[in-house]
Write a protein that binds this ligand. Structure first.
Ligand code: HEM
Length: 333
């Protein structure tokens, strides 16, 4: 191996040695610079260090300057779970349900059409709803529809309205909608309680309801099925919709509407999930009622608008109630 080659190999070796020396000499400097960096970051971004945040997110109680019920919790990680559930299954499956139900109703109407009165009107009318019952009904119905529209806008606005109206206009719309929702909620609750008191007596189970169930109210066959003042379909709407879901939506809504009773974030999140789920089910059920109360049953709308129905309508749809009124049975008309 020539002299020149040897000299070059020696030089490379020296260089390598110098590099290693530098590296080792520099290591403490590197370690030192990381510590300096940490101190510097503490100064420029106080507390911005992962260990502290991991601890904060653990939910372990610690000292914070937060006031109120959760003074020991800075970040409540369950908030992420809530957001995933609200923006995930509730929005997705709720959205599907609120598409499927009206589609099914529209298909039913296209195939079967409205439930018509077979007999000819007698010209004689009967009182079906008192002025108070109609006041309570329309007070509940109008507040319900406004709450449903503003509530659905809050839940689905980002997906459905933002592409149409843009984020800025949607923000204004949602702010107005949220205020209407928060103030109208308690009014709806008062009407719901009045409705439960006013209508509960006539929604009690009767023997004829069994027949109605067996014949599915004659909806599929179009045959006449006798019932009391309210048939089993209306009673189901009253107990499952108006009473059960109505009270669940009311209670969970009040928890969120008046957050000054020491509610924790978890309580508010649970109230929100329960409120959203129950309201979507309530709205889906109400579509059936609204369909029957508008185009689904000929003459039904009239009964809640004017309070009176023709005798032939009463006989065909609520025969046992018709008989009770005719025979002057107490508690009927
Ligand atoms: C715009 C929407 C609505 C319309 C068009 C409507 C229409 C009607 C009609 C026509 C009736 C009389 C049916 C009959 O003669 O048997 C009725 C009854 C009734 N409605 Fe509505 N309704 C609406 C919304 C609501 C809402 C939102 C609620 C409650 C949250 C409700 C609760 C009731 C109750 C409890 C009855 C008496 C039947 C029973 O007690 O079973 N309605 N509705």
């Amino acid at each position: 191996m020539t002299m020149l080659l040897r000299r070059r190999a020696g030089g490379a070796l020296l260089l390598l040695l110098a590099a290693w020396l530098l590296a080792f000499a520099g290591a403490p400097a590197l370690a030192q610079s990381a510590a300096e960096e940490q101190v510097q970051r503490q100064q420029t971004q106080p507390l911005n260090n992962a260990p502290v945040w991991r601890e904060v997110r653990s939910g372990e109680p610690a000292f914070t300057t937060v006031r109120g019920p959760e003074t020991e919790v800075l970040i409540q990680s369950q908030g992420n779970t809530w957001r995933t559930v609200r923006n995930g299954p509730i929005t997705f499956y709720g959205g599907i349900l609120l598409l499927v139900v009206p589609t099914a109703i529209a298909l039913f109407f296209l195939v079967k059409g409205a439930l018509k009165v077979h007999g000819t009107p007698t010209g004689r009318s009967m009182q079906r709803f008192s002025a108070f019952e109609r006041f309570v009904h329309w007070g509940t119905a109008i507040t319900f529809v406004v709450l449903a529209v503003t509530g659905l806008a809050i839940l689905f606005g980002r997906h459905v309205l933002a592409p149409v109206f843009g984020n800025d206009f949607l923000a204004v719309l949602l702010l107005a909608g949220k205020n209407v929702h928060n103030y109208l909620g308690p009014v709806f609750i008062v009407f719901t309680l009045l409705m439960i008191v006013a209508f509960a007596r006539d929604n009690i189970w009767q023997a004829c309801d069994a027949l109605w169930i067996r014949k599915a109210g004659g909806l599929a066959t179009g045959e006449h099925v006798p019932s009391g003042r309210f048939n089993f379909g209306e009673k189901s709407w009253f107990w499952i919709g108006v009473t059960f879901l109505g009270l669940v939506v009311a209670a969970s809504g009040l928890v969120m509407d008046f957050p000054n009773f020491g509610q924790t974030r978890a309580t508010m999140q649970w109230a929100n999930v329960i409120h959203a789920t129950a309201s979507i089910l309530f709205i889906a059920l109400s579509l059936g009622h609204i369909y029957m109360g508008t185009i689904g049953v000929e003459g039904a709308y009239q009964s809640m608008k004017t309070g009176v129905v023709d005798e032939s309508w009463a006989k065909e749809h609520h025969e046992f109630w018709y008989n009770d009124v005719k025979t002057g049975k107490p508690g009927n008309g």
